[in-house]
Design a protein around this ligand. Structure first.
Ligand SMILES: *[C@@H]1O[C@H](CO)[C@@H](O)[C@H](O)[C@H]1NC(C)=O
Ligand SMILES: *[C@@H]1O[C@H](CO)[C@@H](O)[C@H](O)[C@H]1NC(C)=O
Ligand SMILES: *[C@@H]1O[C@H](CO)[C@@H](O)[C@H](O)[C@H]1NC(C)=O
Ligand SMILES: *[C@@H]1O[C@H](CO)[C@@H](O)[C@H](O)[C@H]1NC(C)=O
Ligand SMILES: *[C@@H]1O[C@H](CO)[C@@H](O)[C@H](O)[C@H]1NC(C)=O
Ligand SMILES: *[C@@H]1O[C@H](CO)[C@@H](O)[C@H](O)[C@H]1NC(C)=O
Length: 449
């Protein structure tokens, strides 16, 4: 037996086929891991009516395998078993043309790399291994890019589904895992999405961002494709697709309006909401107000004009001013001295009392002393009550401040005994002289949307 087994190995590929036997095959084939490959092949063999009859069986074996000990990778012989590693993946193509030996190999693996020989059997007279031509299969690492299918042009606000698919189509491949990454995915509140389909609602800010689909087979094989999203403006007139950046300054205001759209939109500014034929206060993206006064408080609107709509965004302008003090003013009532002090400011200021050594900033009350602070709108009001015995010869100050500045007013209380009950404190030195202590900025603007 031994010489018979060795014979085909010694012959190698140098042998010619026995006359009458011929295999037509593209011998060298390179395929990427995980894909399918169709190997076209046909064969012929000698036949004569003298030959013993029999079914035609064909086999593909791995080179080096002895057919008496190993199973074929593919065969049409129903009684034959298949090599376990390739079973189900190597199949004979059910080809209607006679004498086809075509193969379909699906879900190719690196371990499939190697050569394969073809065998034909029919009755006793035809039992032949083709030696001249073999299938040399080379499986390379997965490469290339998956396809990303975008069903229709992306439009802001219109929900859509993108599909990622591997190159080539293949039945019976091992399961693939798909991962999407990119800003469009982050905007769904996720780091990554594991699915072959990404369903999302494009936003103008997704325009120009990268979206990547990664395809993995098993743990290691990866390929990916990155596309840049093209998102056109939504056709509705919804706000929210605009960003506003304000530049603040003491007395001048510069507002920049930006529309994230494709193609670019024409921008203009209006006071209030833009009426149909309203004329803009600025026909560019920038609105400059060299000196903002309280009268300019109110709504400002930036409108974008775009073939697909005219979205707009509004902001409301508030003018900020430092405290204006009312008081303090004091009066006597039943042995109690009552003083009040009010401050009007935008934003509302803090108010505190300075009484001799004490600094009073919060509500406080005991049997001989009471201070209350209350806040409503631009007003911060405070009242202070103290019994006669505490109130002799004191300096009493009311102080108010906000981001724009501070003010303070002082009165000097003479001995309680020298003033008449229920009267206004007469001995206020220098009157209720108010003095601006500090003015950080006289006019500051902010906006809110
Ligand atoms: C197939 O590849 C082998 C080894 O690389 C080479 O010797 C042979 O010429 C190739 N055959 C064809 C038909 O290209
Ligand atoms: C988007 O992808 C391209 C090429 O894939 C790359 O050059 C570019 O830096 C990416 N941009 C961002 C913002 O990641
Ligand atoms: C988006 O538009 C750019 C430029 O017009 C183009 O190069 C790119 O392929 C487009 N991307 C997609 C995903 O259609
Ligand atoms: C002080 O008291 C007044 C009146 O009781 C109350 O309205 C106010 O909220 C209090 N202020 C503080 C800071 O607790
Ligand atoms: C009330 O509080 C003030 C300040 O802490 C204190 O000087 C005064 O003695 C107190 N009066 C009473 C009756 O507790
Ligand atoms: C605060 O004082 C001002 C001026 O006296 C007054 O108009 C306003 O109603 C007062 N606000 C409160 C909450 O007491």
């Amino acid at each position: 037996m031994v010489p018979l087994l060795l014979l085909p190995l010694l012959w190698g590929g140098s042998l010619q086929e026995v006359p009458g036997y011929e295999l037509r095959l593209k011998e060298n084939l390179t395929v990427q891991e995980g894909l399918c490959v169709h190997v076209p092949c046909s064969f012929s063999y000698p036949w004569s009516s003298w030959y013993s009859p029999g079914e035609l069986y064909i086999y593909w074996y791995r080179s080096g395998d002895d057919r008496r000990q190993a199973n074929p990778v593919a065969t049409n012989n129903p009684r034959s078993r298949r090599r376990p590693e390739t079973s189900g993946r190597f199949r004979l193509l059910e080809d209607p043309t006679p004498n086809s030996c075509s193969l379909i190999i699906s879900d190719t693996r690196m371990s499939d790399t190697g050569s394969y020989f073809f065998r034909v059997e029919r009755g006793n007279n035809v039992q032949y291994n083709y030696r001249d031509k073999k299938l040399n299969l080379q499986v390379t690492g997965m490469a290339g890019e998956p396809n990303i299918h975008i069903p229709e042009p992306l439009e802001s606000g219109r929900r859509t589904s993108l599909t990622c698919s591997p190159p080539g189509s293949c039945e019976g491949r091992r399961p693939l895992t798909f991962t999407w990454v990119g800003e469009a995915v982050y905007s769904l509140g996720r780091q990554a999405l594991r699915s072959s389909v990404l369903t999302f609602t494009p936003r103008p800010q997704n325009h120009g961002t990268n979206l990547t689909c990664q395809v993995k087979q098993g743990d290691s094989v990866t390929m990916e494709r990155t596309i840049q999203l093209n998102v056109s403006c939504e056709s509705g007139g919804m706000a929210g697709s605009l960003w506003v950046v304000g530049v603040l300054c003491g007395q001048a205001l510069r507002l920049l309006c930006a529309a994230d759209s494709n193609p670019p939109a024409a921008l203009s500014w209006f006071r209030g909401s833009p009426a149909l034929n309203a004329s803009p206060i600025s026909s560019t993206a920038i609105l400059e107000l060299p000196r903002v006064v309280t009268a300019e408080e109110g709504e400002l609107t930036c409108q974008a004009r775009h073939p697909l709509g005219s979205p707009s965004v509004s902001l409301s302008l508030s003018v900020v001013y430092p405290p204006e003090l009312l008081g303090p003013s004091c009066s006597w009532e039943n042995k109690w001295l009552h003083c009040s002090c009010s401050s009007r400011a935008q934003p509302a200021s803090s108010v505190r009392w300075r009484l001799g050594e004490w600094l009073l900033e919060g509500n406080f009350s005991n049997a001989s002393f009471k201070v209350i602070f209350s806040l409503a709108g631009p007003w911060t009001n405070s009242s202070l009550s103290l019994r006669e015995e505490l109130s002799s010869s004191l300096r009493l100050s009311c102080e108010a401040g906000n981001v724009c500045g501070a003010q303070s007013a002082t009165i000097l209380l003479l001995s309680g005994k020298s003033v008449s009950p229920s009267g206004v404190v007469p001995g206020a030195l220098g009157g209720a002289g108010a003095m601006a202590l500090l003015s950080l900025c006289s006019c500051l603007i902010f906006f809110s949307m």
